[in-house]
Design a protein around this ligand. Structure first.
Ligand code: NAD
Ligand code: TYD
Length: 361
């Protein structure tokens, strides 16, 4: 049986995955099978606008379940797998790394094994057409000094957190399945994303919601750590470009040309909220900034050299950081119902666990 025009997305109820599925249905329009375990980070409400759209099928299930993955491949015969599913929060990987090894390493391995078995049974033409796209992170490259050149695709791997180490392991497995078995893989290593539907444990949505509510803004260490920020829809368009035109076996770094210090990001959020949702009782929200105990092993700086994807595939980010941040603040202000939906008991327990002691010292 030939492949179909369906794609299998993993982790498509998470932050980037849901943005990708929405963009895919809007712009490409072919069917998506969305395999997601719906962990604390997975939220079907992010895909509510597709609930009566037959083009997205959400399957609640685990990428470590080989039987389930194999049967989805045999049933839907996708032309590509786009693999987002992961445990993704560095702080959680410090407190409880087990789930990171299970999903990010074992889960990616299971997907690769099932993909190889499905792909080997395809016709030659379909084997040429099939793609396995692995979505990874710039954190696999470790930490940069202030004057170091940005990460490029040949920068040696030097992961520093359990999260980064588990993603690095998955990247190596993906590479090995190309070199050893010829599985047509592609890998993207992207910088920090921000935008709609991001779970509010990550820096930008956490700060937006705390600042809105007049709560302390917990900045780790001296606040001078630097991240490169990419608007999530730009990441989605980069993945589209790599899927359509990337050279198999290659990796592509994806970034926003927007290096910012954490403290500058947080004060920018304060100023936007003072303008868009002024609260006379709070005055300037900048005074909510609270320096707290640093993250152990906190990487100082990430920066991405995205010249390969620009040169080979013609992709560059469309959004500037300042306009993207404004859109993001607006989105959270307009979607407080979505926020309430994700602030479950598990979320509140995490906030208590991560910040209670930090804010007390
Ligand atoms: P997220 O934590 O918001 O979402 C992860 C999704 O994966 C959730 O829907 C969750 O339910 C699902 N999931 C977790 N374990 C699963 C399992 N065992 N089986 C099936 N589904 C499972 O993550 P995100 O921020 O959307 O990141 C998506 C991918 O992009 C990850 O692979 C991450 O490493 C990578 N990435 C993220 C960023 C970023 O800034 N967020 C940057 C670069 C790369
Ligand atoms: P995060 O969003 O967790 O992404 P990552 O660690 O993968 O880069 O954090 C972004 C930066 O913000 C990172 O340097 C840690 C810092 N940070 C804080 O200062 N306070 C916080 O409460 C959080 C969640 C992050």
């Amino acid at each position: 049986m030939p492949i179909s025009d369906t794609i299998l997305v993993t982790g498509g109820a998470g932050f980037i995955g849901s943005n990708f599925v929405l963009a895919w249905v809007e712009t490409v329009g072919t069917p998506v099978v969305n395999l997601d375990a719906l962990t604390y980070a997975g939220n079907p409400a992010s895909l509510d606008c597709l609930s009566s759209d037959g083009r997205q099928l959400l399957v609640q299930g685990d990428i470590c379940n080989a039987e389930l993955v194999g049967s989805l491949l045999r049933e839907h015969r996708p032309r590509a797998i786009v693999h987002f599913a992961a445990e993704s929060h560095v702080d959680r990987s410090i407190v409880a790394p087990d789930a990171f090894i299970r999903t990010n390493v074992q889960g990616t391995f299971t997907l690769l094994e099932q993909a190889k078995s499905y792909w080997s049974g395809l016709s030659e033409a379909d084997r040429w057409a099939f793609r396995f796209l692995h979505v990874s992170t710039d954190e696999v490259y470790g930490s940069l000094g202030a004057a170091d050149p940005a990460f490029c695709e040949t920068t040696p791997y030097a992961p520093n957190s359990p999260y980064a180490a588990s993603k690095a392991a998955s990247d190596h497995l993906v590479r090995a399945y190309y070199h050893t078995f010829g599985l047509p893989v592609l890998t993207t290593n992207c910088s920090n994303n921000y935008g709609p539907f991001q779970f509010p444990e990550k820096l930008i949505p956490l700060m937006i919601l705390n600042a809105l509510e007049g709560k302390p803004l917990p900045v780790y260490g001296d606040g001078a750590n630097v991240r490169d920020w990419l608007y999530v829809r730009d990441h989605c368009s980069a993945i589209h470009a790599v899927l359509a035109r990337g050279r198999i076996g290659e990796t592509y770094n994806v970034g926003g040309n927007s290096e910012r210090m954490n403290l500058d990001v947080v004060t920018a959020i304060c100023d936007l909220l003072d303008e868009m949702s002024p609260d006379p009782r709070l005055g300037s929200r900048r005074k909510l900034v609270t320096f707290v105990k640093d993250r152990p092993g906190h990487d100082r700086r990430y920066a991405i050299d995205a010249s390969k994807i620009a040169r080979e595939l013609g992709w560059t980010p469309a959004e500037q950081f300042e306009s993207g941040l404004r859109r993001t603040v607006r989105w959270y202000l307009d979607h407080l119902d979505w926020v309430e939906n994700v602030r479950t008991g598990a979320y509140l327990r995490w906030i208590e666990q991560n910040y209670k002691e930090r804010l007390a010292t």
